[in-house]
Design a protein around this ligand. Structure first.
Ligand SMILES: Cc1cc2nc3c(=O)[nH]c(=O)nc-3n(C[C@H](O)[C@H](O)[C@H](O)COP(=O)(O)OP(=O)(O)OC[C@H]3O[C@@H](n4cnc5c(N)ncnc54)[C@H](O)[C@@H]3O)c2cc1C
Length: 329
């Protein structure tokens, strides 16, 4: 039976938040298309994740284990996902809108002769045509595009942090399908030589409930030390505008926005950030935005629920002091 297939990924012994977001999308699709949700999990010892996938809404789990699937490798993943799709015959394949999804999506769509939709932020079923319509952000968030794929199968990447993570239902069961992986080393055109993990401390930017971000108005790397202290007191993560990352004040991985990370915290604090559309595109999932800027006409104030026209440092240091008093940290 055709269905919806989600690629599941794991980190530190858990399903990633990206996977849980995709499962939310798949469950919504299930309601619209009346088709089951399947998840594909690839790796070496992925058995423990199967019940978790059932608990988060998967009706079937395709379990593919092979030594060459240890860690992500594009060629291997594309080949095995294709094998799974040939067996599952999904109507829609959902992949995360990250570097992996951007690589795998078009490759898989080509192999399946499916339509490809990149980084959708929403979707609906057109009642008249009974076709899915995907909404994507366009022109750096200035417009939206609605795409109606005409192919019978669709491969789509979901823009991360636009869907809520799927909730867990203890004891929910499903069907586990062991995949007989046909994969030989010579099939892989590239070889992973080394994996370099960026050193990070504190809370992960993508998962943070509070993000403290700085822009060009922070005037240098020293300013970010103050923002790091504030983030630490608030148990949040530090982000940055592209102006700050391009200047080399902080690592590129801290960049928030259209060409950086999407964040969806409960609270986004923007210090010395003007609010260019490309930056705002990455923070639209935030529940509350507070902006501090000396320019009362800065566009960031249009998207902020609370705007403070003030020097960023005066506000940040005062916040650190008060939060320390309140929390005793
Ligand atoms: C294709 C493309 C993709 C892009 N992708 C991204 C992206 O992913 N993320 C991103 O951020 N940008 C992105 N950009 C760049 C974006 O257009 C802006 O140039 C960038 O976001 C500006 O960063 P900023 O707000 O820090 O700097 P500015 O626009 O220079 O703003 C600095 C702000 O600081 C304020 N300020 C100055 N001094 C103080 C002070 N003492 N206290 C408080 N406020 C002060 C100023 O009033 C000003 O509003 C992209 C651009 C392009 C063309």
């Amino acid at each position: 039976m055709p269905g919806i297939l989600v690629l599941a990924t794991t980190k530190d012994g858990r399903l990633t938040r990206d996977t849980l977001e995709l499962l939310t999308g798949a469950r919504r699709l299930k309601e619209k298309l009346a088709q089951p949700v399947a998840a594909a999990i690839l790796g070496t010892e992925v058995g423990p994740y199967v019940p978790l996938l059932f608990a988060h809404g998967a009706d079937q789990v395709y379990r593919a284990e092979h030594p060459l699937l240890k860690g992500y490798q594009g060629d291997a993943y594309a080949l095995v996902l294709h094998q799974i799709c040939e067996r599952a015959q999904p109507t829609v394949v959902l992949l995360p809108g990250d570097v992996m999804g951007r690589e795998l999506g078009p490759r898989l769509a080509y192999r399946l002769q499916a339509a490809f939709v990149g980084e959708f932020i929403d979707f609906d079923l057109d009642q008249a045509s009974r076709r899915l319509r995907f909404t994507r952000s366009a022109y750096g968030g200035k417009a939206v595009a609605v795409v109606e794929p005409r192919a019978n199968s669709i491969v789509a990447t979901a823009k991360l942090r636009t869907l809520e993570p799927a909730t867990q239902e203890e004891g929910r069961m499903g069907e586990e399908i062991r995949v007989d992986v046909a994969l030989e080393a010579p099939q892989l055109k590239t070889r992973l030589i080394e994996r370099v993990q960026e050193e990070t401390t504190g809370v992960n930017l993508g998962d943070a409930k509070i993000v403290v971000s700085g822009g060009r108005g922070v005037h240098g790397p020293e300013g970010f030390k103050v923002l790091e202290e504030l983030a630490q007191v608030l148990r949040g993560a530090v982000g940055a505008s592209r102006a700050a990352t391009d200047a080399g004040w902080v690592p590129p991985s801290w960049q928030v926005g259209q060409t950086g990370r999407n964040v969806s915290p409960d609270l986004y604090l923007a210090f010395g950030i003007s609010g260019a559309t490309q930056h705002v595109a990455g923070i639209s999932g935030s529940k509350h935005i507070v902006a501090v800027n000396t320019d009362p006409t800065a566009p960031i104030f249009k998207v902020a629920q609370l705007g403070i026209v003030e020097d960023w440092k005066a506000v940040a240091t005062s916040l650190i002091r008060h939060c320390k008093e309140l929390t005793g940290r």
